[in-house]
Ligand binder design. Structure first.
Ligand code: NAD
Length: 303
């Protein structure tokens, strides 16, 4: 088993907010890239900035001759379309022995099925969702949560190392995606808690910037207070680069995992309902830090 070090060929599907900087890290590390996105502009902009990368016309064409294929797509249903079910799907172009790395935040139950289906063609799947947002995708310091076989992870470790700093094998297929959904449940709940505290504190006469500083030196500290508090919420720039729609998807995934295991999780259900309603009122494309505006809206309504 040889590790996939540069200049191995990687097919990359999905050049959005996260895929673009992640693929850029791979190009800069010396990997050869074969790209596909339904947005031709996303592909041509990337090739303009990284001329060694090759634009292709379908997932199948991207997969041809690739040692590994990365998907960074909205959810597991879109991944399945691109990899197996859709027209000119990647599986038709992948050689036996190639690896699929689904770095999107997909549903772990769907991932387990995708892994079984790909195995029939001799293709192994690692689920490898990421955390850290656009900023850490740009500087290559993502946290990568892996599900799948340890030997497959060792094979692609140099690929992940070009994009992330912490690479954790969480268990078999689906484990990375389950871990990611549960992580985002904590992230979403912490953000709402901070926003509600800010709304109440401001009404009481506290300064929101001072509140965030005190949280950060006290036990209320979290990723929300440290990374989003002053930068995106108090400043009201709301530009973290992750949408409310994607957060709702992740929360639904976490709740699906709980109900799949017949576990009653009341606060998780409440978080899904809260974010789903916010999504309706703010719009799916709203930045997730705009949940602060939603907290303000609710505060102004009758109890
Ligand atoms: P995005 O919407 O910005 O990008 C998705 C890309 O996929 C777009 O370029 C779109 O054109 C492309 N696409 C959609 N359908 C396609 C198809 N059928 N075939 C080919 N390309 C297709 O999303 P994003 O913010 O980059 O998120 C991608 C994934 O990463 C999601 O699963 C998200 O939950 C997860 N994620 C996002 C962040 C973040 O901060 N944005 C952080 C961690 C994880």
């Amino acid at each position: 088993m040889t590790a996939l070090a540069p200049p191995a060929t990687i097919a990359f599907i999905g050049l959005g907010m996260m895929g673009r900087p992640m693929a850029a890290r791979l190009a800069e590390a010396g990997f050869k890239l074969r790209l596909f996105d339904i947005s031709q502009k996303a592909v041509s902009d990337f090739v303009g900035a990284h001329p060694t990368a090759l634009a292709t016309a379908s997932p199948k064409a991207a997969a041809q001759g690739a040692d590994a294929l990365i998907t960074m797509l909205p959810d597991g249903k879109v991944v399945r379309q691109a990899v197996i079910d859709g027209r000119d799907a990647a599986r038709e172009g992948l050689a036996a022995g190639a690896l699929v790395l689904d770095m999107s935040s997909s549903n772990p139950v769907d991932t387990q099925k995708l892994a079984r289906d790909l195995a029939q063609s001799g293709v192994a799947l690692l689920d490898a969702p990421v955390s850290g947002g656009v900023k850490r995708a740009v500087d290559g310091s993502l946290s990568i949560m892996v599900g799948g076989a340890a030997a497959d992870l060792e094979r692609v470790r140099p690929v992940f190392a070009a994009m992330g700093k912490t690479i954790t094998l969480c268990g078999p297929a689906g484990a990375g995606h389950a871990m990611k959904a549960l992580n985002n449940y904590l992230s979403a709940a912490g953000l709402v808690a901070m926003c509600e505290a800010l709304v109440v504190g401001e009404a009481f006469g506290l300064d929101p910037g001072t509140m965030v500083d005190v949280f950060n030196s006290s036990t209320g500290r979290s990723n929300a207070t440290e990374v989003k508090g002053r930068q995106f919420v108090v400043s009201r720039t709301f530009a973290a680069g992750f949408t409310t729609g994607l957060m709702v998807k992740d929360l639904r995934t976490a709740a699906d995992v709980a109900s799949h295991l017949a576990l009653n999780m009341p606060m998780m259900k409440e978080a899904v309902a809260y974010w789903a309603d916010a999504n309706k009122r703010l719009g799916t494309a709203a930045d997730h830090t705009e949940i602060f505006r939603y907290a303000e809206m609710l505060a102004a309504e009758d109890d």
